[in-house]
Each structure stands twice: as C-alpha cells, then as structure tokens.
Ligand binder design. Sequence first.
Ligand SMILES: *Cc1c(COP(=O)(O)O)cnc(C)c1O
Length: 395
Amino acid sequence: MQVYADNAATTKMSEAAIRAMVPCFENIYGNPSSLHSVGQEAKEVLEDARARVAKCLGCEPREIYFTSGGSEADNQAILSAARLGQRKGKMHIISTAFEHHAVLHTLQKLEKEGFSVTYLDVKQNHNITAQQVKDALREDTCLVTVMFANNEIGSILPIAEIGAICKEAGVPFHTDAVQAVGHVAIDVKAMNIDMLSLSAHKFHGPKGVGALYCRRGFPLTNVIDGGAQERGKRAGTENLPGICGMVAALEDAYANLETNATKVAALRDKLITGLSQIPHCALNGDPVNRLPGNVSFCFEGIEGEALLLLLDMQGVCASSGSACTSGSLDPSHVLLAIGRVHDVAHGSLRLSLSEYNTDEEIDHILTVVPQVVDTLRRMSPVWRDLMTGKREFIL
Ligand SMILES: *Cc1c(COP(=O)(O)O)cnc(C)c1O
C-alpha cells in the first residue's frame, strides 16, 4: 500500500483540473495579447478564468492578478506595501514568527533595507490572537502580513478579526492563504483582506501557477517587469493552461468544501487520537482552529529524517517540517517558534491529508507509525539516556 500524506507540500491534480488544461494545449494556444482571433479567443478564456477565481474569493475580476504561484504573490504583496509605506515614511511591518519562507525571507530583505518587523509570538495555542496584532500596531506601521493557516502545524489564524482591526487602523492587510484556499471558506471583502496569496498546486491544481488578490486602488509594485499583462502589474505571457487548471480545481474545491472538510477532518481526528497513544509525544498546532487535513506531532528521542525514510519504506509519504527545511539539518523555524526545543523539534512528523485519502490508509498509518517510532527509539542513544534517567523527558 502506498499512502500519500504530504498534501501540504503538494497535491495530486484533480481529473477536472487535468481536463480543463488539455484544450489550452490543443486548441486555445493563442497569446492573449495578440489582436487576431486566435489570440482573442485565448484572451476570452483568460478573462473568464479571472472572473471565476474572483467569484470563489468574493471579489471583482480586476482585483485578481495571475502569478507563478504562492511565493511570487507573497513577494509582490509585501514589496508593494513596503514601497507604499516607504513613500509615506512608514517602515514598520507586523507579521508572525511562523510564516512561510516566501514571507519571512522577503521581510528579512526589507529589514536589511531599514524596515523594522515585529514577529508576533505564536507560543500560546500555537496561534496568535487579533489582540496581539492590535497591540503591535504603531503610527508607522505600513503592513500587517499574517498567514491564513500554517503549512506545518495547521493552525488557522483569526483572519476576519485581524482584518477588522487593520481596517479600523487604516493599515494594509495581506494574508498568505496558500494553505487555506480551497480548504476553508474565504470572503476577502467580509474579512477585510487587502491582499491575499494563493497557489493552485495546494488544492489539486497544477504547479507553477497562483494568484494575488489585491483590493482595487491599492498600488501594486511590479516584481517582474516587461509587457503590459495583468493590468501592467505582472509581465509575462500568461500561463493559460495553468490558469485553466487552477480555476477548475478551485471551483471543484469550493463546490465540495463542506463534504471534503468533514470527511478529511474525520480522518485527521482518527489519526490524532491514534498517534496520541504513543508515549512521549505532543501534538503541534492549534487543537481547535486547525486545517481539516493537518496532523503534526513531535516524538521525543527520534530523528524526523530517519522516521520519514522508514515510513517511506512502509509506503507512507509524509514530511517532517516543511519541504524546504527537510533538506537542511536546522530544525523547522515553525516548531522552534511554538516553543519546541531543538531535540524535540527534530523528532517531528507532519501527515497532511486530502479527500483522496481513505479510512484504510489511516489504519495503515496507525499501524506503521507506532512500530517505526518504537524501532527508532530502541536504536537511539538519546532514548536510552531518557529511559535510564540520565536525561529528563521533556514531553
Ligand atoms: C506552498 C506554500 C507557499 C509557496 O507556494 P508556491 O506556489 O509553491 O510558490 C507559500 N506559503 C505557504 C503557506 C505555502 O504552503
């Protein structure tokens, strides 16, 4: 049995998304900027896609800018707000300590330019409160950028409350909603969101395509310069096949949101209950406000990397921290931010589910994970020290 439980890293494409892309390769191959009929046909498909994305988010079509994915949308949103702030002499940004690197590294670059960034603490409930945002606001705050849901530990942040606070204070509000779009209901107007990033491959669409929602009137700064595509704000011939695949996946996700969320959350809860039986473990992430598909644990006395390799041999594809962190030996910044010490953070496991997972697959995971954790612990010198009392248990 092969179980794919790494949907926070990327998802399998849906049939609908694949079907929607094929005509773009076969027939609708024109360049939407071309004035002839083949180009104009592509342009019509492009604008139809824009309107459909807008409908799913509750905004106007002209507020949607297609990008190459979530990272690009994050970069553009943050840089745009920073440049606007700079022009007004406002150079303070509020964010959280557990953002995705697309946000964190952009903020670090701005800090080198002289911006000051407040990274809100996420130790309480592995989440933030809207009050923390309110308390951090300053006269010179030019942006609040707070993720909608965390990719490693699944916490869903109080976005509507934060939006209301930002609106009242007149401070632009961006949210990296890459993990939330297609999985959680979103209305950018009702939630007072000024900018929102999304990425197709996190909701069964293709890789390399995403979008930035930007409230009408907010001045975007180009990250990619060139032609006049996307109202002059994002150059480059549009990825029409990708965009068509994304729209189909997005509509599919929102048409089945309740059904999928209920199904996936039941699988998640079964996994969490089962894995909690393993001694000396801890659940990461907000236990209540949590993505339907996220299961994240730390197991004391093991190495996450070894755990992943043994699980893969048993047919379980999982992750330890984010995909980018898995390539390095530093423990995940997210796990450190929620207060896990290095040793504990190293023994992390993230299982991220989708509606394609089955009850039988959950049973398989529940058989395999406790066995593999046990095997690794019996080989571990750290575990021996814990058992003999030379070292104290943390979990
Ligand atoms: C995956 C992800 C991104 C990056 O999106 P890409 O389309 O892969 O560039 C950004 N933020 C979060 C929270 C993500 O999960």
